[in-house]
Design a binder for this molecule. Structure first.
Ligand code: SAH
Length: 340
């Protein structure tokens, strides 16, 4: 395993087996995850021999910024990172009133095939290691020089399709000896892999789970999300209830409004009933048009009236503020453009 994906205990085993004292593990972990330096040369309290050994056995490959776009409208920054093997991933830095947030990718590409999403157009290349998820955050933090308070795993990839590395990442990013982010300020978004949602509930991580629902009936959902062939909405609602029971954390429904597909008054009624049944909060986001797809956003009035209908049923709804309109905003668009 690569050194930046190791827990302190694993690092300790690795270093003591090489004959180094145990306290070196804490020092290395702290340089990697607390001070977050990108190379061994900066680890000033380590002996030269250890640094040479690490450089040889565990070379660090901080991601290279292959492209960076900065929105002139709202300061959103989109990064395209090249990984050690040349694969690329996208990450986004966003400024909100409540703090700075980073959206990271969990896989290079995606195999879920959601019809409205650019991330899946080129298929799945590979899973990301825990360190490659951490590195997106560490690299952006170094570049923008601002404090990061929130993380959303909503970039390219299906996080629960890369389950073990995701959980490892979540434990590392919240580790008290590392960056120490609050569990409550982390959201993982899934298209709804039911068994993995339940497994995640049992991990006791205290993070927020967002479910990309996007349709109120199985028939409609199957037209836009292939995963809906595998898991029904009723199974999804069971998994949401299970998550709430185990963690005490309310689920968020992500709902991309697509004109003529899922935005009718009847859709709002059905969606309200689903949200009520699991106590979910709803995030509405007008679908971000992707060039390769035919979907379009409903008019502004239609979005507001959809929101009002949900609120009439006492559902907690927010319309996701659209950020970075002037840059390759939609999920996976920047990466996709570079692959062409
Ligand atoms: N695979 C995970 C996380 C990545 S996608 C998931 O499905 O949740 C992050 C969110 O962006 C999901 O809610 C996804 O459905 C949504 N999304 C993807 N493409 C979009 C688009 N073109 N417009 C609006 N939302 C989109």
């Amino acid at each position: 395993m690569d050194i930046k994906s190791m827990f302190p205990e694993e690092l300790e085993t690795y270093l003591t087996e090489k004959g180094y004292p145990r306290f070196r593990a804490d020092q290395v972990f702290s340089w990697l995850h607390n001070k977050r330096v990108p190379d061994y040369g900066q680890m000033t309290n380590l002996p030269a021999k250890l640094i040479a050994m690490l450089e040889e056995e565990q070379p660090l490959f901080p991601p290279v910024t292959a492209d960076r776009q900065i929105s002139r409208l709202d300061g959103t920054q989109k990064f395209l990172f090249a990984l050690a093997d040349g694969e690329t991933v996208e990450s986004v830095f966003m400024k909100y009133r409540f703090g700075n947030s980073i959206c990271i990718s969990s896989q290079a590409g995606c195999r879920m095939g959601c019809r409205f999403c650019a991330s899946t157009l080129d298929g799945l290349k590979r899973n990301l290691a825990a360190s490659e998820m951490l590195d997106q955050i560490y690299a952006i933090e170094r570049t923008v020089q601002e404090k990061i308070s929130h993380i959303v795993v909503m970039g390219t990839g299906e996080p629960l399709d890369n389950y073990d590395n995701l959980v490892r990442f979540l434990k590392l990013i919240t580790h008290e000896k590392g960056m120490g982010l609050s569990r409550r300020s982390i959201t993982v978004s899934t298209c709804g892999l039911v068994p993995a949602m339940k497994k995640l509930a049992d991990e006791d991580l205290g993070i927020t789970l967002a479910l990309s629902l996007h349709a109120p009936t199985d028939g409609q959902r199957r037209k836009i999300m292939p995963i809906a062939q595998k898991y029904s909405i009723s199974e999804l609602m069971d998994a949401c209830n299970y998550y709430f029971d185990r963690t005490g954390r309310r689920i968020t429904f992500e709902y991309s409004l697509i004109k003529g597909v899922n935005d009718s008054a009847e859709d709002a009624e059905k969606l309200a009933a689903l949200a009520r049944s699991v106590g979910a909060h709803i995030n509405l986001i007008p679908v971000n048009p992707v060039k390769e797809r035919e979907y379009t956003q409903p008019e502004k009035d239609a979005v507001l009236s959809f929101k009002n209908k949900l609120e009439k049923h006492g559902i907690n709804v927010s319309i996701r503020r659209v950020l970075g309109r002037d840059i390759d905003g939609a999920c996976g668009q920047l990466r996709h453009r570079h692959l062409l």
